[in-house]
Design a protein around this ligand. Sequence first.
Ligand code: CP
Length: 353
Amino acid sequence: MRHLIDFGDLPREEWDALYTRASQIMDAPEQFVDVCRGRVMASLFYEPSTRTNFSFQTAMLRLGGTVFGFADPNSSSTAKGETLKDTIKMVSGYADVVVMRTPWEGAARAAALYSHVPVVNAGDGGHMHPTQTMADLTTITRLLGKADGLSIGLCGDLKNGRTVHSLIKAMAKFQDVRFFLISPRELAVPDYMRVFLQENHMRFTEVTGLEAVIPQLDMLYMTRIQRERFVDPLEYERNKGVYVLTRRKLERAKKHMLVMHPLPRVDEITVDVDDDPRAVYFEQARYGMFARMALLADLANQPRLDRTPAVEIGVRPVCRNPRCITQTQPYLPPLVKQNGGVDCCAFCDGALE
Ligand code: CP
């Protein structure tokens, strides 16, 4: 059973095939209106969303399929205490593909253990967001003609920004990429991402200032400070509004630099930037729909599993990350992976006890 949990799991040739398919859909959408006829997508969004939720729904509808889900997670039986395992067992009996967003890091990987159909991670807490990366890569490739050889600025909350983590994983599949990681020190990329950058021999420079590096960039990826992820409200107050891209700052940027943003934006790009031809964040959101169509055309047409493989039963959470799915679903197996030679939680990449 194929799932999309972490972009790092996707071989480069599979991404190339998805991009080719997304381009074909963009160029001749009428040829794809029946690709998912009779297929059903479950849309499980336990966190707010505009782009990911609606673009997945419209993607499935444009392919001739149908969609079900809840508008409010409190109207599902999760609110009565149903486990993730039981929810997924049920939903994967009704649907051909499950798209899920949760505040719990590693939840999509956990769901995939029990699902009879493909699971797509539509964002798991501050961890990963692989289909946003599909939107990002589609935008870069369509507008710049390549994703190799780029200098990329990632700016904002790089600690909690799941889109940033997934994009770094993706860019490891391309040649000669250089990152400028622009963030306050307390919102720098998590250790597991720094280890990933080092293990993949990726060039990166961590800086706190945007203006000094902007002239070097081929693409600037702005992100918001993720208020909902802060345990300490004072930490948010210290960091909110720290980076604001304005027309004046753009004057020093390359003529063809792309300004991207996964959205939603709060205050980190002034509205007058929207009319600059380099600002492509609304196109980026639309490209995301076509990329998701390519993904659904593949995953929703896979044969379902009659039985899922047996899964070892855990006895207690072993992960120290308070936002890891193992904290609320203690039956999960204690899956371990290596990051930089150190054992880590295979669900959320967090440190183990
Ligand atoms: N980019 C993104 O994930 O947006 P939503 O939260 O609106 O889905």
